[in-house]
Design a protein around this ligand. Structure first.
Ligand SMILES: [Fe+2]
Ligand SMILES: [Fe+2]
Length: 143
């Protein structure tokens, strides 16, 4: 999941770099970024977080509540950015700032707290099954 963060960051940077000089390319990269990030969030919310909520300690449950809240903010920023990239209905800068601020802190939190828990706390069999299911979800063709 950490390498998926990097893959998505690169797509975003490319979309941003191409905008507004090469609108077609920027739109193409932005669509791949948005689609990929929504998938990533879906995989976390339906596979990773529930596993953590069942097997983590009760006192750490607020972590996933917090991460879900950040996902909602990320989804809202993506929606606004889609308006900017697809329809030119607003500036890219406003929602970009929101996305950058939330996403950077969010990814850092996951990489510092959540993902390491999985590295240390689950069995090899569980890890294998979980990564297979995540891989399948991330590689679903675009809807
Ligand atoms: Fe996340
Ligand atoms: Fe993530």
């Amino acid at each position: 999941m950490e390498s998926d963060h990097e893959r998505l960051d690169a797509l975003w940077e490319e979309a941003r770099r191409s905008w507004p000089q090469d609108v077609a390319r920027a739109r193409d990269r932005f669509r791949a970024f948005r689609e990929g990030l929504l998938r990533h969030i879906e995989a976390e919310e339906t596979l990773l977080f529930p596993f953590y909520e069942v097997h983590g300690t009760v006192s750490t449950h607020h972590l996933t509540d917090f991460l879900r809240e950040e996902h909602a903010q990320i989804r809202a920023a993506l929606q606004k950015l889609a308006g900017a990239f697809e329809e030119g209905s607003q500036d890219v800068e406003g929602p970009e700032t929101i996305l950058r601020n939330v996403l950077w802190a969010h990814n850092t939190r996951e990489e510092g707290l959540l993902y390491p828990w999985f590295d240390h706390s689950i069995t090899e069999g569980e890890g294998h099954e979980l990564s297979e299911r995540i891989r399948a979800m991330l590689s679903k063709p675009p809807s």
